[in-house]
Design a protein around this ligand. Structure first.
Ligand code: ACO
Length: 382
């Protein structure tokens, strides 16, 4: 390979997989999840239905759904090894997303009744079912409370909120979380999903792929943005401060969290779904102050981004309204990225299955730009 070869370090525009899982059209602002426009699916499906849809490329009928819910619910309880690990790391107060990454690794441990062989399906059930239990148990441990055991009679979303607070949530709150999880369940070949597929492509196992995906999701350029996005809204305080605050940030060359996207050059369709879900939630709770302030901050940010970066078409992305919705559900911002992971696990595992079926080792190339004529210098002479 010659050194003048064109290098594409961000892989923009590179198509590295065929998928039936989701389609992201950045120019049209369109997201299709397994055939459904995101706005058609997000507010109607239970999270279990979305996972089933992504795994089986079809919605379940009533019997299939009941069996699937039961199978997932029966996998919720954590092993003693996982619980001991969480208790140990809670003493060091590691961030929740790191605790999830560490604990996710323990899900490849087999019980005495399970075969020790690679079993992607068994791993996928354990990962989807136990992610909420891990996040909720760790959250309580790190805050000095005992974990709340999962309840198999509650749906996935209601059970997560129950394990966090110890109270069964209203149907509306569980619905809001399901809408969020469905919205973020899959999104083309984003960085974390690509990571998972690269790992699977080496014929490694499902748990290893998901542990890698969590690592990729954590960064502020990917799934780590909603916490800082909410901080920004709080720091601004009164909406009249938005203009000077955001202008100063942009003048310092800082990025506005919750804005911009590698693929979307128009408004992220997920922002639309989540802003409507957040509006319903805040309206029901009877206080629209924060929601209205966030909308004003968004409008000001968009005007300033157009002024500072007119050539880049920077628009609101999914993370801005994720922050507002999850805050409205009473979740601390430390839980935002882990809660994203508990939704995106649907897509990660589905991509794992797809990659296994269509596998080809993913192995791009690099251009070497270093010297080639170095001669060894003995240590004493360096
Ligand atoms: N605020 C200010 N400027 C921005 C922003 C932003 N949010 N996003 C991009 N820009 C600017 C960059 O500074 C750059 O300007 P320059 O050419 O004058 O230096 C230009 O727009 C292009 O930026 P890139 O980094 O090349 O764009 P890329 O496609 O790599 O970025 C990204 C996508 C990482 C999401 C970016 O928009 C960003 O950092 N946004 C803020 C973080 C965020 O919200 N992340 C969540 C994304 S959604 C998700 O992953 C689930």
């Amino acid at each position: 390979m010659k050194s003048e070869t064109i290098v594409n370090p961000g892989l923009e525009g590179v198509i590295a997989a065929q998928t039936r899982l989701s389609s992201v059209d950045g120019q049209a602002g369109e997201l299709i999840i397994a055939g459904f426009p995101v706005a058609e699916l997000a507010g109607k499906a239970t999270f279990e239905e979305t996972v089933y849809l992504l795994w089986h490329d079809a919605l379940p009928n009533s019997e299939q759904l009941t069996a699937f819910q039961k199978a997932l619910a029966s996998e919720r309880v954590l092993s003693q090894v996982t619980l001991d690990l969480l208790a140990g790391i809670a003493a060091q107060k590691v961030p929740v997303i790191d605790a999830l990454r560490m604990a996710a690794s323990t899900l490849s441990l087999r019980t005495p009744n399970e075969a020790a062989t690679d079993n992607a399906e068994r791993d996928a059930y354990a990962l989807v079912a136990r992610f909420p239990t891990i996040v909720a148990a760790y959250w309580r441990l790190v805050n000095g409370a005992e974990p709340v055991a999962p309840r198999s009679d509650l749906h996935h979303a209601a059970n997560f909120l129950y394990m966090l607070s110890g109270e069964v949530p209203s149907a509306e709150r569980a619905r809001a979380l399901e809408t969020y999880w469905n919205t973020v369940s899959d999104h083309g070949l984003n960085a974390s999903t690509f990571t998972a597929r690269v790992i699977i492509s080496t014929q490694s196992d499902m748990v290893s792929a998901i542990v890698g995906a969590i690592g990729a999701l954590k960064g502020p350029l990917h799934g780590g943005a909603p916490g800082p996005a909410l901080d920004m809204v709080f720091e601004i305080g009164d909406a009249s401060s938005a203009e000077p605050y955001l202008r100063a940030k942009l003048a310092r060359g800082e990025r506005l969290m919750g804005f911009g996207h590698r693929v979307y050059k128009v408004r992220d369709p997920r922002a639309e779904v989540l802003s409507a879900a957040a509006a319903r939630l805040y309206q029901r709770d009877g206080d629209m102050t924060l929601y209205n302030r966030a909308r004003q901050v968004e409008q000001t940010a968009l005007a300033l981004l157009a002024e500072f970066k007119p050539e880049h078409k920077l628009q609101t992305n999914v993370e801005f309204y994720t922050a507002l919705l999850l805050h409205g559900l009473g979740l601390s911002k430390d839980l935002f990225t882990p809660t994203f992971a508990t939704g995106r696990i649907a897509g990660w595992t589905a991509h794992g299955f797809e990659q296994r079926r269509l596998n080809r080792l993913i192995r791009p190339q690099s251009v070497y730009v270093g010297p080639k004529d170095r001669r060894w210098v003995p240590r004493a002479e360096r």
